[in-house]
Ligand binder design. Structure first.
Ligand code: 28F
Length: 642
């Protein structure tokens, strides 16, 4: 074989092996082949544009979802270099798009490779998992174009015209033989792009969805960066001090933090590493929390807000009502945790801790009125916690005195093996009744709840313990709440919320998810919380098995299938279920409780965070945004029971 071919062959073989590996095990490279993995395809390309912005050369990134679920991402950076490598005869641009992990354009030097949720697997993976990809580069006065199919080069880079602009445009159609669906969710992409804009001060990011008749479009650009982020997070809350506190440190591990306290009782600290949302926290969060507790206790003592005899403020007292965003950039991040979103680098704890100690104590000294407002809240939180502790002791004594420590309403199951047991939290006594009759009492417990749950947004921990609506849930699950929660003590492997598909059901679901998110978060992180999916419709006809439909699409499909069997739509009677109470025990069992036939939706952290945001909106103090939300979402509440 000639020398020339031999060299070319080696390079080409490496490319082919790379693509082969990616297409054989896509989940290894893009996380999953579900819609989450599909969205990561967009984030990978966008992140390359963000890197160009962090390097100081790109000021705008445009994302378009075109008809047919084609994605287009354009930036106005320098444009990927187009020179041809003397030995391989492959352009740098083609290398970036065909060699696995070739995209480390900033790996070595002072820049930071910002990477999507999957830590920068680079453009070559997106290329390999797309039916086709085309890249158009403007730089050095020309326009260059190359295209691929399933990662294989179809048209090598060639100059196709002149241009006095610079930038990179990437268009791709994800491979539907790999991804379960190509149905991008505009809201999810919009939320992540907004987050990236907050994290990349001054970068303008636009998103447009051209799939519908009326296209949807949004534009994000925040000169305020994290300050704007915290203002956005607090837009429906009553603030304790007008402007967010902003502290930053440059150097080996750049740190940026914005903080603003509100009158709410929940704690919202969002942490990021290289723009990745580290929902499982990690060393940067640890350092932040430690410094926060130290700085506020020191200030309280030195300004006689805490007397000699007073015990220290606890971390949870100081974090009650806090909204904060912590963003660090780490060259070699180590990610741990179930979803690889927990920062492990131990050196970061100290970096963040000392930076916050220094900058925050200076800020408080220079802004005594803000310091005073925040500490007033911390001190009252600490008193409420004390009261809660006493209330909890009381509840424990009360329940230990009572014979049945379990709530009277709970119909428990006979098995005591938590992993095989499940508890249905059912809305309303009638549904609770038929659930008790319809269930398999070996492994299914039923806890009926009634009426509106407590509004946990306004109530402090002390009221949660004693509240007659939530207390049964706490005692039934048996693992305590808040700082005491111990996941190893749960009495059921599955906690299933079963509520109607109407507004009240949505209210109960949101409240319970918010409650679990705030007071039993490990239950969600550990994947123990589920939503039961009762059917929406029943199709029936004499001499035919009842057909249950869970969504409008199901119903249409059922009509079609039955029509193919010669059963015309007009001959069928359709019942739309308004509530669980309309089903008899057997139907409830068959459609919603039988593990063989039911549909359960596992609640993820994202769902809970979303519920928490909606909850704050619905139950928080600000009235105007609530009206806005209801008006905006009212059209989604079909067949509202007036
Ligand atoms: C729509 C997606 O991918 N933008 C990009 C650049 C710019 C450079 C670059 C990219 C590989 C190893 C260098 C230009 N000039 N948007 C994008 N913009 N990649 S990807 O370089 C990658 C090469 O080192 C670039 C000078 N240096 C870097």
């Amino acid at each position: 074989m000639e020398k020339y071919n031999h060299k070319y062959g080696a390079e080409q073989i490496q490319v082919l092996e790379g693509l082969e590996a990616v297409r054989k095990r896509p989940g290894m490279y893009i996380g999953s082949t579900s819609v989450r993995g599909l969205h990561h395809m967009v984030y990978e390309i966008v992140d390359n544009g963000v890197d160009e912005a962090l390097a100081g050369y790109c000021t705008e990134i445009n994302v378009v979802i075109e008809k047919g679920n084609i994605i287009a991402v354009q930036d106005n950076g320098r444009g990927i270099p187009v020179e041809i490598h003397p030995k391989t005869h492959i352009s740098t641009a083609e290398t970036v798009y065909t060699v696995l992990h070739a995209g480390g354009k900033f790996g070595g030097d002072s820049g930071y490779k910002v990477s999507g949720g999957l830590h920068g697997v680079g453009a070559s993976v997106v290329n390999a998992l797309s039916k086709w990809t085309e890249v158009t580069i403007e730089r050095d006065g020309g326009i260059y174009k190359m295209s691929f199919e399933k990662g294989k080069t179809v048209n090598k880079l060639e100059r196709i015209g002149d241009s006095n602009k610079t930038g990179t445009l990437v268009r791709f159609l994800a491979d539907d033989t790999i991804f379960e669906s190509l149905d991008y969710e505009y809201e999810v992409l919009e939320k992540r792009l907004r987050e990236i804009a907050f994290l990349t001060k001054g970068l303008k990011i636009t998103i447009e969805d051209q799939r519908e008749e009326t296209p949807k479009k949004a534009e994000f650009c925040y000169e305020g960066g994290l300050i704007s982020f915290v203002e956005y997070l607090n837009k429906n809350k009553e603030k304790i001090h007008p402007n967010p506190i902003y502290i930053e440190k440059t150097g080996e591990v750049p740190v940026e933090i914005a903080i603003q306290y509100t009158t709410s009782y929940s704690e919202n600290i969002y942490t990021f590493v290289n723009n990745i949302n580290t929902i499982e926290g990690g060393t940067h969060l640890e350092g932040f929390k430690r410094a926060l507790t130290k700085v506020f206790n020191d200030y309280a003592r030195s300004h006689n807000i805490l007397k000699e005899k007073d015990s220290n403020l606890q971390g949870e007292d100081i974090r009650e009502g806090i909204t904060a965003v912590v963003s660090v950039k780490v060259k070699e991040p180590q990610f741990e945790g179930q979803t690889k979103t927990k920062l492990g680098n131990s050196e970061v704890t100290g970096v963040v801790q000392s930076m916050v100690n220094e900058a925050l104590s200076t800020f408080l000294e220079e802004n005594p009125q803000i310091a005073k407002a925040i500490l007033e809240k911390c001190v009252s939180a600490s008193r409420a916690r004390e009261a809660a502790r006493k209330a909890r002791e009381l509840v424990r004594k009360k329940s230990s005195l009572e014979t049945s420590t379990l709530p009277g309403k709970l119909a428990d199951c006979s098995s005591k093996v938590a992993d095989e047991c499940e508890v249905y939290i059912v809305e309303g006594d009638s549904a609770g009744g038929s659930a008790k009759q319809g269930r398999d009492r070996k492994f299914q417990a039923i806890l009926p709840l009634w009426g509106k749950m407590l509004n946990v947004e306004k109530a402090r921990a002390d009221k949660i313990y004693g509240n007659d609506k939530l207390n049964p849930v706490i005692v039934a699950i048996g693992a305590g709440i808040g700082a005491d929660f111990d996941i190893t003590k749960i009495r059921y492997g599955k906690v299933i919320i079963m509520a109607d598909a109407d507004v009240d059901g949505a209210h109960i679901r949101t409240l319970l998810l918010t409650f679990f998110f705030r007071y039993m978060r490990p239950l969600i992180e550990n994947g123990n919380v589920y939503l039961a999916q009762p059917p929406l419709y029943k199709l029936s006809k004499k001499g035919m098995e009842d057909v249950y439909c869970y969504t409008d699409e199901d119903l249409e499909k059922a009509y079609k299938d039955l029509a193919e069997k010669g059963i015309a739509r007009e001959t069928l009677s359709l019942q739309r279920y308004k509530g669980l109470g309309e089903m008899n025990p057997e139907q409830l069992w068959e459609t919603t409780m039988n593990p063989e036939t039911r549909i359960l939706v596992k609640v993820t952290m994202d769902d809970a965070i979303k519920a928490d945001e909606i909850f704050t909106l619905l139950m928080g103090d600000e009235v105007e945004p609530r009206r806005e939300f209801i008006q905006k979402n009212a059209k989604y509440v079909k067949n509202l029971d007036i």
